[in-house]
Every structure is written in structure tokens, then in C-alpha cells.
Design a protein around this ligand. Structure first.
Ligand code: ADP
Length: 475
């Protein structure tokens, strides 16, 4: 079943609460009015009862029953106050009974049930009465008195009040329904506007935003929150689009170079040396493309959160010692000085050893790439308090200050041609920074143009483990 709209539901709730309120209010007012009206009637009865008591007191204490009957008859039979009166003596002798009560004895009570004053409403022949039942102790006698009065006016007033309530109730409910619906529409109107705008926002116009509300209520908070979310989605979306565009561009360059090289080689026959040269170029570009694709995959995996790190206690000194050997060979090939200074003490961090090796490789690779021969590259590891400090320093081309903030961005290269010629992709430092962040560390650069560069990575250390257990596998 289709659910009712919030507006209609609010209106129905409002209506239900209003109806309950109206019923409770009406019933309370009716009960209060009834109580007050009967109070007035009962006051009248009480004063008549007082008159009767005074009258009985005025009788001789030793008067006979017959005498009493005579006296009461004389006084009350002719007055209307005796129309609904019955008096018994404790002996059971009847002193007085009006003709009305002769005809309608049902309104009376058995005398033994009357212990204190009781007031009762009675309906006889379609007329409303109020009766008081009381025991009067007078001159050593106990009289059981039952006295009634007309309560028609009180009942008529009550009925009028009730029918007025019933007559106005539907009208009031209708007004409440209309007001309730209007209020809910007014309150929820901005929601419709938000929904309409939200519908219009899509991939093609992610810049669209929900209308800014100044209501200072939940709706304003909702629209502000949704707009902030749209900001984040737009940023992420633009990042992905930019990344795809940059990646395609980066991939196109080596592929077209490979193609051009092959086309040129095939255009006419050449000597073996020329073919070899062409193949070397093609191989270089193919290798570069392979590195690029691997790095693109690494970044895509990192972005999607699917890159799994195998975290365990890693002895950085041992890891770096292994790396130093292979980089010494690179240094020899490139005619560069390479020296490493690693702290004597073991330095343990919780991390993924493969990733940490990759991090140092990226920094050393850059140092070698951007340091022309003759030049030097230094690697050091220091244990400082709770952190391990890895420093990769070179005496190369350096990085101007304005570029230092951007070199960690994807595809950012200070000198595109130089980076390309060195087989760079512009992704190395972005990956390095991701690895450092995953290890809860930090990376910073100090450099000046043409004055070498120093990259420093700081990672939190742990105490040396008893053995080297695989701690956990985390993302
Ligand atoms: P690339 O593959 O181009 O080296 P990176 O992301 O590793 O990409 O580095 C980004 C840019 O930062 C490089 O293109 C280079 O201009 C600059 N850079 C990085 N390391 C150094 C360094 N040690 N010396 C000078 N420039 C560097």
C-alpha cells in the first residue's frame, strides 16, 4: 500500500490530537458544569432539610405519632416543599408521605441504607429530580427523611451545553484539519523545493546545489549537510575525471612514440644498428608504459580501498640494508656517489615491508633520476624517540619552493621533459605519500632549485618484538 505523504500524516496526527483534546476538554467542562449545577440544587435541598429540622425541633419532644403526623401534614401538605417528601420515625412509623411518592415509591431508599446524607438524581415520568436522603436526630428521635426537588433546569442546561459542544465539534475539527494541512504544507514546502533541485543534480551538472535555507531549523541543517556532501562528491568526481584524463594522456604519449618509432623504422630499409636503436627506443617506452600502468593500478587500488597491507613488525634497518646493495649498483652505472648511514640499533615499525621498500625505492629512484653525474645521494636511518627518521638526500637539480607543495600531486612534474627522459610518470611521490599515510607517518621535503633535495619520512616505532610475528592484515 502506498504510504501517505508526511504532510497528510502530520495533518492526521494533528487532527487526532486535536480531536482527543476536544473530547477531553468537552467532557471535563461538562462534568464541572454538572457538578456545579447539582451543587446549587443540593444546596437548596440542604436548606430545606434545615427548615424541616427546625420545624421538627419546634415540636413537643413527647408528641405522639398521630400528633406529629397532623402537624407535618398541616405544614407541608399545602406547601410545594412537601410535594416530594417522606418522613419516617425510627420506630418505622410513617410521619408523612406526599401523594407523588405514594405513586412512585421506586425513587425511595430502604431506610437502613441511609446512614449519612445521600444525594441522588432520579428520573420519574420523564422528569428529572434530585433527592436527598438523610437521618435527622431531633429531640431524642431519629427521623429518616427523603426529600426531592425538580432538577429539570439543571438538566436542561447540561443538555444544551452538550448539544452545543456536539454541534461545534465537527466544525472545529474541520478547521483543525485545514489549519493542520496548511501548517504541514508550509513546514514541508522547502522539502519539495529541495527534492526538485536534488533531482536536477546529476553527473553532468554536479556544480548544482540545493537552495540555501535560512530557517535555522532541521531543514536548514539538512540542506547544509546535503550541500556539503555534494561538495565532497563533486571534488571526488572531479578528481576521478581528472585522473582518468591525465592517465589517458600519459598512456597515449608512449604508445604514440612506440608507433612513430616503428613506422619510421618500417618506412625504408635500414642498417642493423639503426634497427637496434629503434628497438631500444621502443623497449624504453614499453618499459615506461609498464611502470606507468603498474603505478596507475596501485593508485586505483589505493583509491578504491582494496589495497591490502600486510602489517607486521618490520626491522627498518634490515630492510634498508637489503636495498642499499641494489642501489649501489645503480649508482655505479650512473656514475654517482651513494652512501648510506643506518643506525646500529634495530628500528622496528608496524608496517607492510613490501610497501615500505617501495616507498624508499621511489625516493631513491627520484634522487638518482634528478642528480646528474657527478653527484651524490645519501640514505640515512635514525631512531629518534618514538620515531624512525629515514632521509634521502641528493645533490641534484633540486626543487623550487613553489613546486614543493605540488610534487605530491598526481602527475605533477616540475620539468616534464626531464621526468619523461628519465622514465618518470609523475605518480611516484603520490604513491609514496599514500604509503606513508597508511603507516601513520609523515613525509616532507627540503630543497632549493639547483641545490639538491632532501626527503624525510617519519614513522612511529615500536619496541623490538620477542620474535617477528605477523600481527594483522589490515587495509
Ligand atoms: P616522476 O615520475 O616524474 O619522478 P614523482 O611523483 O616521483 O614523479 O615526482 C614528481 C616530481 O617531483 C618529479 O617530476 C620531479 O620534478 C620532482 N622531484 C621528485 N624528486 C626529486 C628530486 N629528488 N630532485 C628533484 N626533483 C624531484
Amino acid at each position: 500500500m502506498k504510504r501517505l505523504s508526511i504532510g497528510v500524516r502530520l495533518m492526521l496526527w494533528y487532527l487526532a490530537i486535536f480531536a482527543i483534546g476536544e473530547i477531553v476538554f468537552g467532557a471535563s467542562m461538562w462534568l464541572i458544569l454538572r457538578h456545579n449545577l447539582y451543587d446549587i440544587v443540593d444546596d437548596g435541598l440542604e436548606s430545606q432539610m434545615e427548615d424541616l429540622k427546625n420545624f421538627l425541633e419546634a415540636q413537643k419532644p413527647n408528641a405522639t405519632v398521630a400528633k406529629l403526623q397532623e402537624e407535618v401534614n398541616e405544614t407541608y401538605a399545602i406547601e410545594h416543599s412537601g410535594d416530594f417528601l417522606q418522613i419516617h420515625l425510627e420506630t418505622g412509623d410513617l410521619i408523612y408521605r406526599s401523594s407523588f411518592l405514594e405513586k412512585h415509591p421506586a425513587v425511595l431508599m430502604p431506610p437502613d441504607q441511609i446512614k449519612r446524607t445521600i444525594f441522588r438524581s432520579r428520573k420519574v415520568d420523564g422528569r428529572h429530580f434530585r433527592f436527598a436522603y438523610e437521618k435527622l436526630d431531633v429531640n431524642g428521635h431519629t427521623y429518616t427523611v427523603e426529600m426531592g426537588v425538580h432538577a429539570g433546569d439543571a438538566v436542561a442546561t447540561l443538555q444544551l451545553f452538550r448539544s452545543s459542544l456536539l454541534m461545534f465539534a465537527p466544525g472545529l475539527l474541520l478547521v483543525a484539519a485545514v489549519v493542520g494541512y496548511w501548517m504541514s504544507r508550509r513546514a514541508l514546502g522547502p522539502v519539495d523545493a529541495l527534492v526538485k533541485t536534488a533531482h536536477e543534480i546529476g553527473g553532468a551538472n554536479l556544480g548544482g546545489r540545493l537552495q540555501k535555507l535560512e530557517t535555522g531549523d532541521e531543514l536548514q541543517r539538512l540542506s547544509d549537510t546535503l550541500n556539503a556532501m555534494l561538495d565532497r562528491i563533486e571534488t571526488a568526481f572531479r578528481r576521478v575525471t581528472q585522473f582518468t584524463a591525465d592517465a589517458s594522456h600519459e598512456l597515449r604519449t608512449p604508445v604514440s612514440l612506440i608507433r612513430t618509432e616503428a613506422e619510421l623504422a618500417l618506412r625504408r630499409s635500414r642498417g642493423e644498428a639503426e634497427y637496434k636503436e629503434s628497438l631500444r627506443h621502443i623497449l624504453f617506452e614499453a618499459e615506461r608504459t609498464t611502470v606507468l600502468i603498474e603505478q596507475l593500478l596501485a593508485i586505483a587500488r589505493a583509491d578504491s580501498g582494496r589495497e591490502t597491507l600486510h602489517i607486521r613488525a618490520v626491522d627498518l634497518r634490515q630492510t634498508l640494508t637489503h636495498l642499499v646493495d641494489s642501489w649501489k649498483q645503480v649508482a655505479a652505472i650512473r656514475a654517482l656517489q651513494f652512501s648510506a648511514s643506518l643506525d646500529d640499533t634495530n628500528t622496528f615499525v608496524m608496517g607492510d615491508e613490501t610497501m615500505l621498500r617501495r616507498l624508499i625505492d621511489i625516493l631513491l629512484d627520484n634522487a638518482f633520476k634528478y642528480t646528474p653525474s657527478p653527484g651524490s645521494v645519501w640514505l640515512s636511518l635514525e631512531h629518534r624517540g618514538q620515531s624512525a627518521l629515514i632521509t634521502v638526500q641528493d645533490s641534484g637539480v633540486g626543487i623550487a619552493e613553489e613546486d614543493q607543495v605540488r610534487i605530491f600531486e598526481r602527475f605533477y612534474r616540475v620539468d616534464k621533459a626531464r621526468s619523461r627522459a628519465q622514465g618518470g610518470t609523475g605518480l611516484g611521490l603520490a604513491i609514496a605519500q599514500w604509503i606513508v599515510t597508511q603507516h601513520r607517518g609523515s613525509i616532507r621535503v627540503q630543497s632549493r632549485a639547483e641545490a639538491g633535495a632532501t626527503f624525510q619520512v617519519e614513522l612511529p616505532t615500536i619496541a623490538a618484538p620477542a620474535q617477528n610475528p605477523a600481527a594483522s592484515v589490515a587495509k
